[in-house]
Write a protein that binds this ligand. Structure first.
Ligand SMILES: [Zn+2]
Length: 401
């Protein structure tokens, strides 16, 4: 037997094994139904290793055999698909006027979608208690289905640092709030991870995994809530910036002589193309939904004043999107939130502005989100699934090969 003092240490074996389990899990996610031989051929892992890894994933109930076989030359092969029946990922969005919760299975199938009205912004502790109550009900529902929670990620409209502390959420009135710590306490250390992230970032993850341009390596998501923020995915990865604060597009100044903005300056994107610009006044959180529905009705009826406002908002938005397109050259910019119902009237002006302002040949595609108001909460579940796909696997005894 040859021993080597420079060989991998036990910790390295565990790392390699976790990495390889994740490689196999991702392959099955993308290519199921597939055989062990398919996995070996595509990943470069040898067949014995693949068999051991698959056995481990089956033990953890992340993968199962279908019993179906594929007829090929030689022996028929047993096919593998994702299992995940004992698990659920939870995503929650806290906004000024509502809380949304989504639970998905391992394959991303929707298990639950809730939206509750919410009077946020009274105090952090009251807000946390109210949100924790919603989460407890979701966890209870999943427990009834005998599903273990893979993790929880919560979307917040504000600046969230890389540790998950909400530094500033102006519309909720939160400053330096450790929401993940407070929620974990309110949930009495629930035994799963509680992460907090910016709403635009999580919505971008949802688009990348579930949206109309799923799989796009370069996409930008724009929230169309009371604030306007951008979630940026470049080269397949979410880009948070040095401290986690990238994407504050709402306060990029487009016109120094433009309308006053809540930040005290003039002509920011939010003042020219935010929901306040659509409604021509500072919206009251409780009324936005109804007021936007009224704008849609009026636009459908062809009322000239409404069409003029939407055209002007679309032009402002187009100028903002052109900044993104010139800077980042994304494949697509996806408009979310309240922009979705308004998109039929906004998009022509947005596209016209882009055509005149973006240098890149082919410009930049702009579409309305197909995920609508669920994007940020769904992105919370996507972040949990991303964590599983990168090797944080639940269940099972760890084996050594
Ligand atoms: Zn501003």
């Amino acid at each position: 037997m040859i021993t080597s003092t420079t060989g991998p240490q036990p910790a390295d074996f565990a790392d390699v094994r976790a990495t390889n389990l994740a490689v196999v899990l991702r392959f099955v996610r993308e290519h199921a139904p597939c055989s062990r031989a398919d996995i070996a051929a595509s990943t470069g892992l040898n067949k014995a290793t693949v068999s051991s890894l698959v056995a481990d994933l089956i033990d953890r109930r992340l993968v199962r055999e279908t019993g179906l076989t594929e007829n090929r030359v030689g022996r028929p092969a047993t096919m593998l698909v994702l299992d995940g029946s004992p698990y659920a990922a939870i995503g929650v969005e806290i906004n000024v006027d509502y809380v949304s919760a989504v639970a998905t299975g391992l394959a991303g199938e929707r298990l639950l979608t809730w939206r509750r009205s919410f009077a946020g912004g009274s105090s952090v502790s009251q807000d946390v208690a109210a949100v924790a109550a919603v989460i407890r009900r979701v966890v209870g529902r999943m427990a009834k289905e005998e599903r273990q929670i893979l993790g929880l990620a919560v979307a917040v409209p504000g600046l969230v640092d890389v540790q998950g502390v909400v530094r500033f959420a102006p519309n909720l009135g939160w400053r330096d709030a450790d929401i993940s710590g407070d929620l974990a306490k309110a949930l009495r250390d629930p035994g799963f991870s509680v992460q907090v992230d910016n709403d635009a970032n999580l919505a971008a993850l949802a688009e990348q995994r579930f949206g109309s341009h799923a799989g796009a390596a370069d996409l930008v998501y724009l929230t169309g809530e009371i604030g306007v923020g951008a979630g940026v995915i470049l080269d397949g990865r979410l880009r948070r910036g040095a401290r986690g604060y990238s994407g504050e597009l709402g306060h990029v100044q487009l016109d120094p002589d433009g309308p006053p903005c809540r930040c005290g300056r003039r002509g920011c994107l939010e003042s020219m193309a935010g929901i306040a610009a659509v409604l021509r006044r500072e919206p009251s959180p409780a009324e936005i939904q109804v007021e936007i529905e009224e704008v849609v009705r009026s636009a459908r009826a062809g009322e000239a004043a409404t069409l003029k406002i939407l055209e002007s908002v679309g032009r402002g938005l187009g100028r903002g999107v052109a900044v993104i397109a010139n800077l980042l050259n994304p494949e697509v910019v996806i408009l979310g939130g309240y922009y979705v119902p308004l998109a039929p009237w906004l998009l022509p002006a947005v596209r016209d502005e882009i055509a005149g302002r973006v240098l890149a040949p082919g410009g930049c595609e702009v579409v309305a989100s197909a995920l609508a108001h669920d994007a940020a909460a769904l992105g919370g579940a996507a972040r949990v699934l991303d964590s599983v796909d990168s090797g944080h696997l639940p269940g099972g005894a760890s084996r050594l090969t």
